[in-house]
Design a protein around this ligand. Structure first.
Ligand SMILES: NC(=O)c1ccc[n+]([C@@H]2O[C@H](COP(=O)([O-])OP(=O)(O)OC[C@H]3O[C@@H](n4cnc5c(N)ncnc54)[C@H](OP(=O)(O)O)[C@@H]3O)[C@@H](O)[C@H]2O)c1
Length: 338
């Protein structure tokens, strides 16, 4: 609780795409927010945080996941800790060192700070649906829920494209569960699918350029989108506003426990291209990027039934709604021409 009697939340990685949207939502809902960035002086990454300070009490701290004790000040006095910062470089050369090790170590590092603080009621850990769907191929129509775990042994042995990211998420989730069992800290885990929509961050380097690649023609970004379909059998999408609403819902809902898939709909690259051709004819959708081996309809579906059963309602359910504001964001960020 802050001095002004507001509930206080820490959000790690405040210059990130999802974290920036979460900070905005928390301030709008009357929370005091403490956020962390690696370099508070870098205004090319943090300018939005200055602007968000107009919405309510927002403090910015310097912290790095790989520095032990780095988050002590940021979580001190907080009611909730939203762990959003994580290495997300899907295409890095050395996944064990660059993704997996810092992700796991960093998660435990922040959680140790939460125990030290003694005020944190619940940690809301942002994992990813990729911790769920990178399993050996499933039969047509298979529905994946929170009981499914990406196969770490298979991924480490076979090293398919982008294998390090799902491994990092599975391992950090498992270590976080082990940690809270030992230390009696509250924990819920959110597993968002590919996230779309506008956010305050002045850069978006992850899902936004992937999702706009059929409009921008960026082949490297398209390869990630295509890789998601290849690795999972679906392109599952959710609006960033719904991810943040789900994170807050799961923080505040007393009975929430365990993992929650956060997914509005399952589609495919081909279906997405068709939708974009109709909605944005002016962009000359790059259908030349499509190939015969892409799916006509999802082979598997990620189910968000647990979250909905427990009372969460998605605001953005259709492709049209999910994509509505991301094109404007892409233009503002220079991903798409103005
Ligand atoms: N976007 C999606 O579709 C999606 C879907 C599922 C899950 N997620 C998860 O959601 C979270 C946020 O993703 P995002 O898309 O918003 O990515 P993002 O914009 O790249 O944000 C990642 C954040 O993590 C920070 N970070 C990375 N390494 C760090 C370290 N060693 N110490 C401190 N901070 C570090 C980054 O800071 P710097 O700028 O300093 O590097 C950045 O603020 C991640 O955990 C991601 O796995 C995202």
């Amino acid at each position: 609780m802050s001095a002004g009697g507001k509930k206080t939340a820490c959000v790690t990685g405040g210059n990130g795409y999802i974290a920036s949207a979460l900070i905005k939502m928390l301030l709008e809902k009357g929370y005091a927010v403490k956020t962390t960035v690696r370099n508070p002086d870098d205004m090319s990454k943090n300018s939005h945080l200055k602007e968000l300070q107009a919405l309510g009490p927002l403090e910015v701290f310097r912290a790095d996941l790989i520095e032990e004790g780095s988050f002590d000040d940021a979580v001190a006095g907080c009611d909730y800790a939203f762990l959003v910062a994580a290495p997300v470089n899907l295409r890095c050369e050395h996944p064990e060192e660059e993704l997996i090790e810092p992700a796991v170590r960093g998660t435990l590092n922040v959680m140790r700070s939460c125990v030290k603080a003694g005020t944190v009621k619940r940690v809301i850990l942002t994992s990813s649906a990729s911790a769920i769907y990178r399993t050996p191929p499933q039969g047509e129509g298979h529905v994946l829920d929170e009981d499914s775990w990406s196969d770490v042994e298979f991924l480490r042995a076979n090293k398919p494209p982008m294998w390090g990211y799902p491994v990092s998420k599975v391992l950090l989730e498992k270590e976080a569960s082990r940690f809270v069992a030992e230390h009696g800290l509250g924990l819920v885990t959110v597993c968002p699918v590919v996230t779309v929509g506008t956010a305050p961050a002045p850069n978006a380097l992850t899902s936004v350029p992937n999702c706009l690649s059929l409009l921008s023609g960026d082949e490297a970004e398209f390869a990630v989108l295509r890789g998601v379909e290849k690795g999972s059998g679906t392109v599952a999408l959710v609006h960033v506003d719904d991810v943040c609403r789900a994170e807050l819902f799961l923080a505040e809902e007393e009975s929430a426990a365990g993992r929650y898939i956060c997914c509005s709909l399952n589609t495919t690259v081909v279906q997405l291209a068709r939708f974009l051709v109709n909605k944005y004819p002016q962009y000359n959708v790059k259908t030349s990027l499509l190939s015969d081996d892409l799916l006509e309809k999802p082979r598997v579906c990620l189910s968000s039934a647990k979250l909905v059963r427990e009372g969460f309602e998605y605001k953005y359910k259709m492709l049209d709604e999910i994509y509505d504001d991301v094109v404007g964001y892409g233009k503002a960020l220079g991903i798409l021409p103005k």
